[in-house]
Write a protein that binds this ligand. Sequence first.
Ligand code: NAD
Length: 289
Amino acid sequence: MKIGFIGLGNMGSPMAANLVAAGHEVVGYDTVVRPEGITMATSSAAAARDADVVITMLPNGAILRIVASEVIPAMKPGAILLDCSTVDVEAAREVAANAVAAGLGALDAPVSGGIGGAGAGTLTFMVGGSAEAFDTAKPLFDIMGQKAVHCGPSGNGQAAKICNNMILGITMIGTCEAFALADKLGLDRQAMFDVVSTSSGYSWTMNAYCPAPGIGPQSPADNDYQPGFAADLMLKDLRLSQQAAEAADADTPLGLAATELYARFVEDEDGAGMDFSAMLPRFERRSRG
Ligand code: NAD
């Protein structure tokens, strides 16, 4: 396929490189970076022209709206606009509606798996949009990822992503505060892990990504909390969850509390640039009240 790829940052560059390696013709555009091995265009419209699929991997919904307004008029009829960024549900739905009105296909397909998954081609895609567009893009998902789930109409990929990450943020906080409590009760961390990881308190954050250094499988905690999944990105996703909850009038008290806690951690404390599991040393240093 001919692919336009717009937004070649930490995630976009390795994803585009995997498409090139699989034999697709990729033309990229980014306002800042010029990665090696990818043919670059001089504008987003130029990268989108003639492409069968235009992939965007951008920082947020405001930038997606701008880029979409540039590429949609340039795309050939029947081509697909495939946004893999994490953005608000509203932006995803609006951009998709504009693309469909212009005779294009549209998919929102945010990912989980991070920079490591982007490089290894093992991302998971959560996809909203028509079944027809999903089927066309499926071979590309298979190159860039290991799993693609069709979640329903436009915006549902973003909905799945923020619901998943709201659970993840809440669960990480719960795991970290339980470790900090266990410390103060004199319970050994290894014993705590051995019990919880095989009891009803088990979770991905405890079993697969344990926030306590030296306990459980290798995780960012074992590397001075270098991300991994940065607390800043968790905060972005939690804020999107609260924006969506507000718009849908959904009651999400723990999602709200997790958003407020990660905001304090990243913006007022020392959480910026740390892995999101660095909540554990944060709790460790604190006392009640
Ligand atoms: P990044 O900031 O490294 O990359 C974004 C790129 O977009 C940058 O290179 C920037 O120059 C480019 N850009 C900005 N405005 C542009 C414009 N108008 N036209 C063309 N290019 C433009 O971010 P990233 O880490 O690659 O993340 C991309 C998206 O993926 C985000 O929405 C993020 O939330 C999501 N995501 C990231 C991770 C991760 O671990 N990094 C994991 C899952 C999802």
